[in-house]
Design a binder for this molecule. Structure first.
Ligand SMILES: [Cu+2]
Length: 173
């Protein structure tokens, strides 16, 4: 029983475990009746391993939990604020139109016009200088697109140079 006395003086988990395993083999050889100690020893070894695992796991959980919580909402907000789409459609009365006819965006937003009709169109600012997809190279039928990024605030009326009745407005705030 010398091993047990020495074991009480040890602070280290690993050394204590080694001492217990030594006692186990001694007892099972000399005193077979005391085999009930076997599950108790197994429980103590498992418990000490659990304490070590919990100590390691606690640190990595708090570090990993903070990062995704902070980054996910920021990425979503940036994407929704920076791009908008205006469809060029054939409306219910059979006329070509920009939809929506009036769109409000934040400064820095890129607007994409997408042509869903069977003919070409342009996106031309009424002031003749802010933006123009161009009559020489208009937005092609069936899914052609034109992009413009609005960097200054203001109200920008625009039309289609091919179909002057097509009128719409982008409001930049
Ligand atoms: Cu047009």
């Amino acid at each position: 029983m010398k091993g047990l006395v020495d074991g009480n003086k040890l602070n280290n988990f690993a050394e204590r475990r080694k001492t217990m395993l030594l006692n186990k083999s001694m007892m099972s050889g000399i005193l077979p009746a005391k085999k009930l100690l076997k599950p108790v020893l197994f429980f103590l070894v498992a418990l000490s391993m659990l304490v070590i695992l919990a100590a390691c796991g606690g640190g990595s959980t708090s570090t990993g939990g903070t990062t995704p919580t902070a980054s996910t909402p920021a990425a979503t907000a940036t994407q929704t604020g920076n791009s908008q789409t205006v469809m060029i459609i054939t409306d219910s009365s059979g006329s070509f139109a920009f939809s929506p006819a009036s769109l409000t965006v934040k400064v820095g937003t890129t607007v994409t016009w997408k042509n869903t009709t069977a003919v070409s169109h342009t996106v031309t600012s009424d002031d003749g200088k802010s933006f123009d997809s161009g009559s020489a190279n208009p937005i092609t039928p069936q899914s052609g697109t034109f992009n413009f990024t609005f960097t200054t605030a203001g109200t920008f009326a625009y039309h289609c140079a091919i179909h002057p009745f097509m009128k719409a407005t982008i409001i930049v705030q």
